[in-house]
Write a protein that binds this ligand. Structure first.
Ligand code: KG4
Ligand code: ZN
Length: 341
């Protein structure tokens, strides 16, 4: 029987219906326009946006999947981490539905859902977690940058994470410095296509350090100094695109180098990547090239499953049911700081 999932941890309101590892619908309503004028997500506005959008999005997901509420086997939602007031909307709605329908409720960790998202659909299709091979997994989003070692389905260990800004945050903050609207990642990616990534040499923070942690705040600072020393560059089309490509190259090189090094050290045969920044074309291409060179299998989350979505929440919830994991209490609270071990 199908499962309904909600995701409201940040600024996307999403509902999805999944069944036997397949995504029957995945409706995402983005609030980007709501937050753009503030240059970042405003938590109170995000929560109100979720309140307005959640029911229309849920109805659309059920309709698209051709599933009635009475047919649902379980209901799930992101329980954390995320913005507290935003998380509350999806969690309480899912718990209320599970209560009325007398079905199990599953509270899902947002990062764990990203972690397994490369196994949804894809080529070859592998929604079945038993198909999963031990791997090193990179999660790169606006809020987080993490490397994990996945040893078996639902068994993973955190290797390292960012000590300051996340990779997506670095795209967004440097983008803001050079005048791009929030979120700057996609636009910086697009502008970089016609820029020279070797034009300017920005630091590759922590690239040679032997641990698996990341740091991106220094890169943002060096872009600020670069702009001070190169007035006028923002008005010079080609030099501006070169600047975008050079910043992007610095971020991507660090992500790829540290991921591949961890994969070699842990002797896994597979690398995966997920989270919003995995939409980035240079990251996808350079991970693919490095994995080919190192003879590693690569599974990248599909682009529609990279940014926040409820399908990844539902697929993980379904697997948890399948692995006989206990449902979450209907009284369970949000976990805004829930970390992955
Ligand atoms: O996973 P996500 O939707 O939300 C979080 O959980 O944070 O990721 C959003 C982040 C933003 O920082 C956005 O700028 C970045 O992903 N992003 C990109 C691209 N598309 C989205 N960054 C670089 N290149 C892209 N194409
Ligand atoms: Zn996310």
């Amino acid at each position: 029987m199908p499962l309904l999932a909600f995701e409201t941890s940040c600024d996307e309101t999403s509902a999805a219906v999944v069944h036997h590892g397949r995504v029957l619908s995945n409706v995402v309503s983005s609030q980007i326009a709501l937050h753009a004028e503030y240059g970042g997500v405003v938590p109170e506005l995000a929560a109100r946006g979720h309140l307005q959008n959640l029911m229309p999005v849920a109805r659309a997901a059920l309709r698209e999947a051709n599933v009635g509420v009475g047919q649902l086997e379980a209901v799930s939602a992101t329980q954390g981490p995320g913005l507290p007031s935003a998380l509350m909307v999806g969690l309480r709605a899912a718990q209320a539905m599970a209560f009325v329908l007398r079905r199990p409720f599953l509270g899902i960790n947002h990062h764990e859902a990203h972690l397994y998202s490369p196994w949804i659909n894809g080529n070859p299709p592998a929604a079945d977690f038993p198909a999963l091979q031990p791997n090193v997994s990179l999660i790169v989003s606006g809020g987080h940058t993490m490397l994990l070692h996945v040893t078996a389905p639902l068994e993973h260990r955190l290797l390292g994470s960012t000590v300051d800004d996340a990779a997506g945050e670095c795209f967004d903050k440097t983008g803001k410095l050079i005048g791009l609207p929030y979120p700057a990642g996609p636009e910086l990616d697009r502008l970089s296509e016609r820029g020279n990534p070797k034009a300017y040499d920005f630091p590759r923070p922590m690239i040679h350090e032997p641990h698996d942690d990341f740091s991106f705040s220094g890169l943002k600072t060096s872009v600020r100094y670069f702009l001070r020393d190169n007035p006028g560059i923002l008005d010079d089309g080609q030099r501006f695109r070169d600047l975008c490509a050079s910043v992007q190259a610095a971020i991507v090189e660090v992500l790829v180098a540290k991921t591949i090094r961890a994969a070699r050290r842990l002797r896994v045969g597979c690398v995966t990547a997920s989270g919003g920044v995995t939409c980035n074309r240079a990251l996808r291409a350079q991970l693919a090239a490095a994995c080919q060179r190192e003879q590693l299998q690569l599974r990248l989350a599909e682009k529609t499953l990279c940014t926040d979505n409820a399908a990844m929440i539902g697929i993980l919830a379904e697997q948890k049911l399948r692995f006989q994991m206990a449902p979450t209490s209907l009284d369970a609270d949000i976990l805004p700081n829930w970390t992955l071990g």
